[in-house]
Design a protein around this ligand. Structure first.
Ligand code: ADP
Ligand code: ADP
Ligand code: ZN
Ligand code: ZN
Length: 757
């Protein structure tokens, strides 16, 4: 039990829907903030506590330094006291370009380099000589990028044509151009012969030669030009230009006619020959970095050199953290840009575990996302480890197991939007269970398995042959149509890879992902769903004016904010700052338009209303009722009609897109973790929406999920694994949920069995 002596105290928090919330977050414990989606968890944790912590920290900096930071406006809160410095560990993808890898971002790579500088055979004493980000270690040919840009001959050259017929496709060598004339007048080639019929020497000269002079005529004049093969010239003129200063024409040409290939000098390892000459346990640092972390640990176990024992211990500790958090299938050389949001968040957590700072406040956004139930308990162990180093840990979570592991819970609610924004419970988990909150009620609710008798009968099959991408082993598998199929397996087992193969083999499959719905910054919930149109018509009818007056691109909309009521300012490299439009003060339209009313409300008022409020207000409008009803079905009735799509979370974006499909018949949909951001009670609504899509519209729904409520509700389960990476990629189980719970060797089956018992 953790004795709490200090608290972070929040008084009068009013961001978004928060109703003057008073809350106390105990220091140096693990606190879960819970509540239905839209209840105000993010508003409290991220928009109030984290923003205020950062603002207070900025205030302590000299004015000169503050000048370079975004002016953080004070959140709408009376006071937040006793705040430590905050570190936000969110699901934003890790950028950092080609030089950022799992090894570099976790600071494991420097330890490995130190190991090689001490124990490598032969030894290269300078650790920097093993770094592809340092001049001493990088491959000189590719400057440590591991790949080079090569002219893509399949695109650059049409071998069925002659020089006169336009064999060189880029306009740099257009028939009749000066560059083309040099090649033709060189006399080295028959300009009417297809390139396919060239000898090897001719082909080499055409592309790569760099010798001799050509006496040529061009535009009525005689010149002497030096001869350069087409690829050699194209490289010199365009590819070799500094990428930072390329003109748009250069960028277009390079994009169109080149591709990347592993650097031939270093074989893609990014390292210098010297670095690659040194070995530990018989392997180069590049070979060790390419191993899955679990395999790397096994190799390190073979080393028995007492002089480096402390280094090995440090290295093993860091690698074990990665394994414990369910990322043992990644390799240290994996680029961070290719990690999923959930993987990125866990990698960031591992980096924090290695830090020796304490008395910080860590805030996490649903750290369980993307994790199989098997790995969640290991992740909560790591959150506790962060706490035990003397930090306060605050997580926004929906996962039963994470909530149950918390020392303290703050539950917001009772509902979403205007119906939420209050603290319904604060205390330990036992008290939460006994409390009259939706979270307490659902925490121990049994998971109901769909019995075989209730399983839908498929209308057909989508066959996938020889599935082979990333770690998939080439199996055949069928996805039944007209039913709900859940694709399961531990993180890294191959679920996304299989869904990519399915989409490649059946292009009519629609992926409903968590990316922002294609839209510009003027798009709102109302414009995207088509709700704005009937709203405008209702206003026009009531006032005897044109409907177009109420449109965001009419003269009636505020010209400053295009009818959004807010303005987003992008400060280069820093966060985007949103502020109320100074021209219309958030009213979105000109005063003239704002004067038109519909049963007492202005158009701006309606756009401020939530979907639920609008549904009540427009109950008599059939078309609006359909659109708003679909939003309610996917659990989005707390969104405001005029909310810009740029403010939606990934999960909200995905459900918004799903709502759009509720009106269409048929269709095959693949959804990746649609329960992201959903409270247990909202998951039940999502299940209802999926059922409606299948039963009402004849759709086929395939869901990649870890949530056991969803797995239990499926008609068909495809379980991949059994492990991640090279230990996975195989078909472990296909069949009904009731068969899964008795299946041998399935982690999903084992956890589902425990949950239904
Ligand atoms: P939760 O994290 O519990 O899902 P949020 O704090 O994100 O809830 O949202 C609480 C309420 O505030 C919701 O009604 C939501 O629509 C609204 N809201 C969230 N972000 C914004 C924003 N940037 N602007 C206006 N309203 C917002
Ligand atoms: P899941 O969706 O089950 O989490 P994935 O299909 O994403 O699993 O990954 C399966 C395996 O393929 C893992 O070992 C993963 O590291 C690897 N992998 C996935 N995407 C890439 C990529 N872009 N580059 C290299 N390896 C990848
Ligand atoms: Zn190289
Ligand atoms: Zn405005």
């Amino acid at each position: 039990m953790h004795i709490v002596t200090e608290w972070i105290e929040v008084r009068g928090a009013r961001e978004h829907n928060l109703q003057a919330v008073d809350a106390a977050v105990p220091k140096r414990v693990l606190t879960a903030v819970t509540g239905v989606s839209g209840s105000g968890k993010s508003s409290l944790v991220f928009d109030t506590i984290a923003v205020e912590a950062r603002r207070q920290l900025n205030e302590t900096l000299p004015a000169f330094v503050r000048g370079f930071l975004p002016a953080l406006s004070r959140p709408a809160v009376d006071a937040v006291d006793h705040l430590p410095a905050v570190i936000t560990v969110d699901q934003r993808r890790l950028r950092g370009g080609a030089r950022s890898t799992v090894g570099t971002i976790t600071d494991i790579a420097p330890v490995l380099r130190l190991l090689f500088s001490r124990a490598g055979r032969p030894s290269v004493p300078n650790p920097d000589a093993f770094s592809f980000n340092m001049p001493a270690g990088m491959c000189p040919a590719c400057a440590g990028l591991g790949e080079t840009t090569v002219v893509d001959l399949d695109v650059f050259l049409d071998r069925t044509r002659s020089l006169n017929g336009g064999a060189l496709r880029s306009d740099v060598f257009a028939v009749g151009s000066r560059n083309w004339r040099i090649l033709v007048d060189s006399g080295r080639f028959d300009p009417d012969r297809p390139v396919d019929d060239y000898t090897d020497t001719e082909l080499h000269d055409l592309l790569y030669a760099d010798d001799g002079m050509v006496a040529m005529r061009f535009q009525g004049q005689s010149y002497n030009a030096s001869f350069e093969g087409a690829v050699t010239k194209f490289r010199r003129l365009y590819v070799d230009q500094d990428p930072e200063n390329r003109s748009s024409r250069t960028r277009r040409l390079v994009d169109a006619y080149t591709t990347t290939a592993p650097c031939p000098d270093c074989g893609g390892t990014r390292l210098s020959p010297l670095a690659l000459s040194s070995r530990v346990a018989g392997r180069t640092i590049a070979e060790l970095s390419a191993l899955a972390v679990t395999e790397l640990l096994a190799v390190l176990d073979e080393i028995a050199d007492p002089s480096i024992a402390p280094l090995l211990t440090a290295l093993r500790g860091r690698l074990t953290d990665l394994v414990d958090i369910g990322l043992g299938y990644l390799s240290l050389d994996r680029r961070t840009a290719s990690l999923s949001g959930g993987e990125a968040q866990r990698v960031k957590l591992v980096r924090q575990l290695a830090s020796s700072l304490n008395d910080l406040l860590y805030v996490f956004d649903e750290p369980s996302i993307g994790m199989h139930p098997r790995d969640v308990s290991r992740m909560t162990d790591l959150l506790r480890a962060l706490r035990d180093k003397g930090n306060s840990v605050l997580v926004v979570e929906h996962d039963r197991d994470v909530i149950a592991a918390a020392d303290h819970v703050i539950d917001l609610g009772p509902g979403a939007g205007a119906a939420g924004g209050r603290v319904g419970y604060a205390g330990d988990v036992a008290g939460l269970r006994a409390s009259d909150t939706l979270t307490g009620r659902f925490l121990d609710a049994p998971i109901r398995l769909r019995p075989d008798a209730a399983v839908r009968r498929p209308t057909g099959q989508l066959r996938v042959a020889a599935a082979r991408a990333h770690n998939l082993t080439g199996f055949d598998v069928s996805f039944p149509t007209g039913v709900l199929t859940v694709l399961t397996g531990v993180a890294g087992s191959g679920k996304s890879s299989l869904s990519q193969v399915l989409r490649a083999q059946h292009p009519d499959v629609v992926a409903v992902d968590q990316s922002a719905p294609g839209a510009n910054r003027r798009s709102t919930v109302a414009t995207y769903t088509g709700a704005l149109d009937p709203v405008r018509k209702a206003f026009a009818r009531a006032n005897g004016v044109e409907a177009a007056l109420f449109s965001a691109n009419s003269a009636g909309a505020c010209p400053e904010c295009a009818g959004l009521g807010v303005i987003e300012q992008d400060l280069a490299y820093l966060d985007t700052v949103t502020m109320t439009c100074p021209a219309c003060h958030g009213r979105r339209f000109t005063d003239d338009v704002s004067r038109y009313r519909l049963r007492g409300l202005s158009i701006g008022d309606v756009l401020e209303a939530t979907v639920a409020e609008a549904a009540a207000f427009f109950a008599a409008d059939r078309r609006l009722a359909g659109i708003l009803g679909a939003l309610a079905t996917v659990g989005l009735d707390y969104l405001r009609l005029g909310q810009p799509l740029t403010t939606l979370s990934g999960g909200e974006s995905q459900r918004l897109k799903l709502a759009g499909h509720l009106a269409e018949p048929g269709g095959v949909y693949v959804l990746d973790e649609p329960t992201t951001g959903l409270h247990m009670s909202d998951v039940q609504r999502l299940l209802g929406a999926l059922d409606r899509l299948i039963d009402g519209h004849g759709a086929t729904v395939i869901v990649i999920e870890h949530n056991l409520d969803l797995v239990a509700h499926a008609d068909w389960v495809i379980d991949l694994g059994p492990e991640a990476g090279a230990g996975g990629g195989r078909l472990v189980y296909t069949g009904t949920p009731s068969g899964l719970v008795v299946a041998q060797g399935s982690h999903t089956g084992e956890f589902l069995r425990r949950a239904v018992e």
